[in-house]
Design a protein around this ligand. Structure first.
Ligand SMILES: [Zn+2]
Length: 209
């Protein structure tokens, strides 16, 4: 599960286990869940590797525990959502090639190329899902474009634009928003559609500051 954490990465790192984690209901049965240990993992932000605490929540009814990832993390990725998103926006948006985008982000060329390929492979699906979400949230409809990559970026932008009108989301930022509603799987290999996650209301609203 991904929660729309608005904290800067540094603040999250420093707070360690003391972050005020939300306690969402169980996604399967809606029972309340309790904090259930957790684990440490690395993230890379601004070219630096940091260690963060990821709590687990457990549903007593289902006897299942879920990791609660902050939205700046993407599942199975070292780099934060903002880094990945910036590369995708530049390359898929046609502003530059992978090499300069990777250099600006401070990541290896092959890593950046992998993100862009994953995103492009699912661009049509993302475009449709985020365009539907934008309308769901009261935003402007986005028409499918011949260039699916640009369609996906426009739809993500429109969905975030609509979400930013709701309490809390503006501070979360566009790529953390995209990570939140896709369950951290924006560039995962094989996953359910982000629209399903939103459609079954598995995404959490941010806590207004
Ligand atoms: Zn449950």
């Amino acid at each position: 599960m991904v929660w729309p954490c608005p904290l800067p990465v540094d603040a999250y790192v420093v707070a360690g286990r003391e972050v005020e984690f939300p306690r969402p209901a169980c996604p399967a049965c809606w029972a309340p869940m309790v904090l259930w240990a957790g684990y440490w993992r690395h993230v890379r932000a601004g070219g630096r590797c940091r260690k963060i605490f990821v709590p687990r929540l457990r549903c007593g009814c289902c006897r299942v525990s879920h990791a609660l990832l902050p939205a700046f993390v993407l599942a199975w990725r070292l780099d934060v959502a903002e880094t990945v998103g910036a590369v995708i926006a530049q390359v898929a948006g046609g502003r530059c090639g992978v090499r300069p985008a990777a250099a600006r982000a401070g990541v290896p060329y092959t890593t950046a190329r992998g993100w862009v390929r994953r995103f492009c492979a699912r661009a049509g699906e993302f475009g449709t899902a985020f365009a539907a979400l934008a309308v769901d949230l009261g935003g402007e409809p986005v028409r499918p474009a011949a260039d699916l990559r640009r369609f996906a970026l426009a739809a993500i932008g429109a969905a975030f634009g609509a979400a930013a009108g709701l309490p809390g989301w503006l501070a979360v930022g566009c790529w953390r928003f995209a990570s939140s509603v896709s369950g951290g799987r924006l560039i995962a290999a094989n996953t359910g559609s982000p629209y399903l996650i939103v459609g079954t209301r598995r995404f959490m609203p941010p806590v207004p500051p």
